[in-house]
Design a protein around this ligand. Structure first.
Ligand SMILES: [Mg+2]
Length: 422
């Protein structure tokens, strides 16, 4: 076959997900403003989701409960049931899987579907989108919005800018529509642009998404470098590709199989490290690699093991010790705290030659325990963005600031590969 067939990709998003699940199960609140809040007993609690009626009063996600109640005194506040939302989310995934096996979970309420091969069975994209909306509504009471395009980034943009706003909740954005439809939109509406970045764009004289898209990439890189320094090339490229609607990453379904026993990394250092600042850098890099691996594979671990071998070789000292965390995790910062605790409890202050970090007693990360989940959701989202960029551009793309010091091995190792074993 010489002709490459265009793909058909959906981004399906649940409207006000947690609030919709609660409303579906509490018909008595059908016409009332409902919000789900982190701690309903405190005015400082955070709004995690607000139903469309609550939103019409100006209630927004992530604001303080106190502020929300000022805007909407009759707001009904529900305590979150995170495990239940995860179960509903899985149920929705299964509905999508009736239409295609290519379903990628992007977040708890957003999933990508590649329906290219389903068209001959289920009909055109719009027919499939409507059918999906109906099935999910019937089975869960949640309204789905669907952006349709030929790749993931355009499908996501189609949802965020248009399908969330129009009546049908479905919007098709073809690549040929990008200049006419997307480019006149303000730069802050672009996926991945927060308020800080949009201020930078404004100072660079870029007001619309088209201003970013039509700047030649080398020039955009120069402008970014002048503002953010040398490390910003990747960021410039991500922005430029997004503004142009370019994305060749495939929809990647999760693979279900029994978890491995452990995920770990170990490295031999180029010289002996004795200063804790240097050692911390290495431990953070190892932790980052292990956690990233876990996140990519969809696991979290309960038990952290830290091992280390100290010089001299003739009479090496060292240890391998483990501790269980209060909750399973694959969050770099959380695991790193435990890694440091273990290391400094057992280290005899001899110069370090080799160090390793391992996570074991792995569980599927869909069933994570929620302690402070408003926070956890945020860190998970951040980890995910980092991982996506690393997956696309190689792990040299993003290196934590401490890795740029001499002790940092991540940059060199990610280029070399093979400096470690799994
Ligand atoms: Mg949503």
């Amino acid at each position: 076959m010489s002709h490459k067939r265009e793909k058909v990709i959906f981004l399906a998003d649940c409207e006000s997900f947690y609030a919709s699940v609660e409303k579906a199960e509490h018909p008595e609140y059908k016409n009332k403003p409902v919000a789900v809040a982190g701690d309903p007993t405190r005015r400082s609690g955070i709004i995690l989701a607000a139903c469309p009626i609550a939103k019409s009063y100006g209630v927004t996600t992530a604001e303080r409960l106190g502020e929300a109640l000022n805007k909407c005194p009759d707001l009904i506040i529900m305590r979150p049931r995170m495990q239940h939302y995860i179960d509903v989310s899985l149920m929705i995934t299964q509905i999508y899987e009736d239409f295609t096996d290519l379903v990628e979970v992007f977040s708890i309420d957003e999933q990508f579907l590649d329906v290219t091969a389903s068209l001959s069975i289920f009909g055109d994209p719009l027919t499939i989108a409507k059918e999906i909306q109906q099935r999910v509504m019937m089975q869960t009471g949640v309204r789905i919005r669907i952006g349709i395009s030929t790749n993931k980034i355009l499908a996501k943009i189609a949802t965020d800018i248009w399908a969330k706003k129009n009546k049908s909740g479905i919007f098709t954005l073809l690549p040929s529509d990008v200049p006419k439809m997307l480019w006149p939109e303000p730069a802050h509406k672009m996926f991945g642009v927060g308020s800080r970045m949009s201020k930078h764009f404004a100072k660079l004289g870029m007001v619309t998404i088209g201003d970013v898209a039509t700047t030649p990439l080398p020039r955009l890189k120069d402008k970014f470098r002048a503002r953010f320094g040398k490390q910003s090339d990747i960021q410039a490229e991500v922005m430029w590709r997004t503004a142009n609607g370019l994305d060749d990453s495939p929809v990647t379904p999760r693979t279900f199989h029994t978890p491995p026993k452990s995920i770990g990394h170990m490295m031999t250092l180029p010289r002996d490290y004795a200063a804790s600042a240097e050692i911390d850098t290495i431990l953070l890099e190892l932790t980052e690699e292990v956690c990233r691996d876990c996140r990519l594979k969809g696991y979290m671990g309960w038990v952290v093991t830290v091992s280390c071998m100290c010089s001299p070789y003739e009479e090496p000292t060292g240890f391998s010790r483990q501790m269980k965390m209060p909750d399973p995790s694959n969050n770099t910062n959380k695991v790193f705290e435990m890694v440091k605790t273990i290391f400094y409890q057992y280290w005899d202050h001899m110069p370090v030659r080799r160090a390793g970090v391992m996570l074991s007693t792995l569980v599927d990360d869909q069933h994570y325990q929620l302690t402070l989940f408003e926070d956890q959701e945020k860190t998970r989202a951040l980890d995910k963005v980092t991982d996506n960029i690393k997956t696309r551009y190689g792990s040299a793309a993003i290196v934590r600031a401490s890795s740029l010091t001499r002790a940092g091995q991540a940059l060199e190792r990610s280029i070399k590969i093979g400096g470690h074993f799994k």
